[in-house]
Design a protein around this ligand. Structure first.
Ligand SMILES: *Cc1c(COP(=O)(O)O)cnc(C)c1O
Length: 461
């Protein structure tokens, strides 16, 4: 064991070999870990070691017991995988071990964030002067965006929420839809705005906020926050950001767009119409670890008027380095890893056309799955506008049985959901590596499994 060398080349090479073996075998294994692999996790159940161990032995256990118990996301049929260049960039950045809190702690982390931020705003068609923060996930990005919103709305009322707190502050009316993602409610709770202290707008058959049903409170002269969704987690549908945003702005509301994965449709010319009006909002939150296919964890927040982002996240800015980007003062945390590196690497390697192709290709795969399932006699419950498909295999019991069987079969992995009171299997095609053959293989597996389940039910009757 080499305890004194900073560079343990043999250990790093072993990690690289193991990672390569893991990734090259991913196509042959089932997506969900086998029962044996799950039982293997018991190998970690040991007492806290009293003495140092050989690092190679530690890595070996991680690989032997850990690798088989992973969900094979990396190739990507589920919630996005990781582009090889982003994994490689992640390793290198891991070796760098940068603290991105301030530019003075890591010029490279701050600089790459700056470039990645500029590219993100450009590729998504968002205002170029927006402030951008790199966080762990979309939920935190929502939290940050709504903190900036809270600040802007209450400053107008002569109240500084970040200094004075919320006790005694003028109330903010929050407008969401019946289909607003749970993460928005979570963020509202953390901000003291209340998870359920919201006005809910009804949604249509696709889960879109009904622009015609905007609540009368919107017309009152009180601070208002309207949360729009770009990409419903079930149907992939988009709220009409142009119409709702305009109505909200007319009455002085702050408009936030949660675009977790859906906002990436703006990068694909053929899907762009779905994102009409999104760029007119005041803040945006989205993920890089879903559709952009960078490793976990990676979310992004953008705020049109950068000062609200800086001021709400700045804390005691006494030791801020003026004139430089200090990532730790644009996010809730301070010391963080250099998250911008992988986002930069993905955009640098894909370019504008590569991102457009990734989005368009996965949407096409989703359309093909929907078409194939429908042709086989199963019901598609949503209009397939991007990469999401909801399918029913009959009644709820039948659908749930098929979902369970698909998950055990392991050709692909799809989750279950409930859509407008009906059980459905949710297919999300987000992984860069999903090929047409994968799609056909998955389609055949789903149809075979659904028919087998159907026969079993018929036999049991
Ligand atoms: C996934 C998702 C979220 C939450 O994203 P995290 O990265 O898991 O925090 C929020 N909104 C929508 C619409 C999503 O699909």
């Amino acid at each position: 064991m080499n305890r004194h060398s900073i560079c343990d080349a043999a250990l790093l090479e072993s990690a690289a070999r193991r990672s390569i073996r893991y990734l090259s075998g991913i196509g042959e294994r089932s997506v969900w870990p086998t029962p044996e692999a799950l039982r293997g996790l018991a190998q970690f159940d040991k007492e806290l070691p009293s003495d140092p161990a050989d690092p190679e032995a530690v890595l070996d256990l991680l690989d032997r017991a850990g690798s088989p118990a992973t969900v094979a996301n990396a190739g990507g049929f589920v919630v996005g995988g990781s582009l090889p260049v982003t994994v490689a960039a992640n390793w290198l950045a891991g070796a760098w071990d940068q603290n991105s809190v301030m530019a003075i702690c890591s010029p490279v982390a701050a600089h790459l964030e700056e470039v990645a931020a500029r590219w993100l705003l450009e590729i998504l068609g968002l205002p170029a002067q927006s402030g951008v923060g790199f966080v762990g996930c979309d939920t935190v990005a929502i939290f940050v965006a709504l903190a900036a919103a809270r600040r802007a709305l209450l400053l107008r009322e002569g109240w500084d929420p970040d200094v004075q707190g919320l006790f005694g502050a003028p109330p903010i009316t929050v407008v969401v839809s019946d289909e607003t993602h749970v993460s928005v409610h979570k963020a509202l709770g953390l901000l003291g705005l209340g998870r359920e202290r919201v006005v809910r707008v009804p949604t249509d058959s696709q889960g879109r906020m009904q622009a015609s049903a905007m609540p009368p409170v919107l017309r009152l002269k009180v601070p208002k926050l309207v949360c729009i969704q770009a990409g419903n987690v079930n149907t992939g549908s988009f709220d009409d950001a142009a119409e709702i945003g305009e109505a909200a702005h007319e009455h002085g509301a702050w408009v936030h767009v949660d675009g977790a994965f859906g906002i990436w449709a703006a990068a694909a010319p053929r899907r762009e119409r779905l994102t009409r009006g999104i760029a007119d909002a005041d803040s945006w939150s989205f993920d890089a670890h879903k559709w952009l296919n960078v490793p976990y964890d990676s979310g992004v927040v953008a705020v049109r008027e950068a000062r609200y982002l800086r001021e709400s996240m700045g804390g005691d800015a006494a030791y801020l380095q003026r004139g430089t980007r200090d990532p730790g003062f644009l996010t809730p945390g301070m010391s963080t890893r250099a998250r911008g590196v992988e986002v930069w690497a993905a955009l640098a390697a894909l370019g504008r056309s590569g991102v457009a192709d990734l989005i368009e290709r996965t949407c096409r795969h989703a359309a093909r799955l929907a078409e194939g399932l429908q042709a086989a006699g199963f019901e598609i419950l949503n209009d397939v506008v991007i990469n999401q498909v909801l399918v029913s295999f009959g009644d709820d019991i039948a659908t749930r049985a098929v979902i369970a069987a698909v998950q055990t079969d392991g050709t692909c992995w799809c989750g279950g959901t409930v859509w407008h009171g009906r059980a459905a299997m949710r297919i999300s095609v987000s992984g860069w590596a999903t090929t047409e053959e994968d799609v056909e293989r998955s389609l055949n597996a789903m149809i075979r499994i659904a028919r087998d389940c159907g026969r079993q039910t018929a036999a049991a009757d």
